[in-house]
Design a protein around this ligand. Structure first.
Ligand code: ISE
Length: 339
């Protein structure tokens, strides 16, 4: 049995660079064997100080490197399908950053390829499932501690967006997390998505309508709403309020330390997702590595990637027509059904 994952990290941008540091400094049982980026200089900079790692400009070359036995994909979503299919053909552990792929048809091709392989190799990078407060709220829901869950209210606020962040990406890149969170909390599929556009901030780049109000419904009728506001300026905030029959639970509000000094009170605003979810990313990647060394996956599956891609597709249509759009899902293959 393999004792160490020798990981090829594909993509050395913001998320890839963060995972490279994590794998080489904090994760047990895995090492960075290769870093791939079309910008070779960026790949070279990313392997600095990592003994035995090589910098490459081509993902296939990394997959064919005899020193590589696992892959972490951190390129933009539209590049995932090709690498995923090649990595599945090698039958090696795969951690794929969200989204699995940008649309339901391509995500379904990935599901079909994994089903043909006969076992699960793909874990999708929905890191929020590994956040301590998410886990606590998830268990309150599953154990019916406060009766039935009735509604979920989400706030998802980013300080600003990188260049090229389109209006569709508010759904495909950002709300994709809430699609997964709602499925994780309820254990149900989402049946419809509606998007309402009100006043837009003057800080939204051309082409973006920001904020947007997204309304979801699950199979049993749980309603969820999401305020997605990606040019909120003040900082980063991901918070949820859950309404139950017997109580209300809030997670993800401001974190301490809360200080009173020199006639002022307050604390620090979280600047970005690396700080907000840093611990969750560590737990997520360790869970992937531990499960991969045992031959399995340790988190959300390709089915979760497909189901959220179908929600995104409905969400982008709903952005355009303002209607309630049904989420269309194929039948779940046995490979993804729990024993
Ligand atoms: C980004 O890609 C992330 O995954 C962040 O968690 C999210 O808050 C942000 O909106 C996305 O663009």
């Amino acid at each position: 049995m393999t004792e160490t994952l020798r990981v090829a990290v594909i993509g050395a941008g913001r998320m890839g660079a963060d995972h490279i540091q994590r794998l080489s400094k904090r994760i047990h049982g895995a090492e960075v064997a290769a870093v791939v980026d079309v910008d070779l200089a960026r790949a070279q900079a990313a392997i600095e100080g990592i003994p035995g790692a090589v910098a490459l400009a081509d993902a296939e070359e990394a997959l064919n490197n005899g020193d590589v036995n696992a892959v972490l994909i951190a390129t933009p979503g539209f590049l995932h399908e090709d690498i995923l299919l090649k990595a599945l053909a090698k039958d090696i552990p795969i951690l794929c950053e969200k989204p699995l792929t940008p649309d339901a048809a391509s995500a379904w091709r990935i599901v079909e390829a994994e089903v043909a392989l006969g076992h699960q190799r793909i874990q999708v990078g929905f890191m929020r499932r590994f956040d301590a407060e998410y886990a606590t709220l998830g268990s309150i829901i599953r154990n019916h501690e406060l009766g039935e869950l009735l509604m979920l209210h989400h706030q998802h606020r980013n300080p600003n967006t990188p260049p090229g962040f389109t209006n569709e990406m508010l759904i495909n890149d950002s709300v994709v997390h809430e699609f997964d969170a709602v499925r994780f909390f309820t254990g149900e599929e989402i049946t419809s998505v509606q998007v309402r556009l009100g006043k837009s901030t003057r800080n939204a780049p051309n082409g973006q309508h920001d904020p947007q109000h997204v309304l979801l419904k699950t199979e049993s009728g749980v309603l969820a709403d999401v305020e997605i506001y990606v040019n909120a300026k003040f900082g980063y905030e991901v918070a949820t309020q859950a309404a139950f029959e017997d109580g209300i639970v809030n997670i993800g509000g401001d974190k301490g330390p809360y200080t009173r000094s020199s006639g002022r009170w307050g604390g620090n605003v979280t600047p970005g997702f690396e700080e907000r979810f840093g611990a969750a990313y560590d737990v997520e990647i360790q869970s992937w590595v531990d499960a991969a060394l045992r031959g399995g996956i340790g988190g959300p599956s390709a089915w979760d990637g497909y189901a959220t891609a179908a929600c995104c597709e409905a969400g982008v249509e709903a952005q355009k027509n303002g209607e309630k759009v049904a989420v269309k899902l194929a039948a779940k293959p046995d490979l993804y059904k729990e024993d």
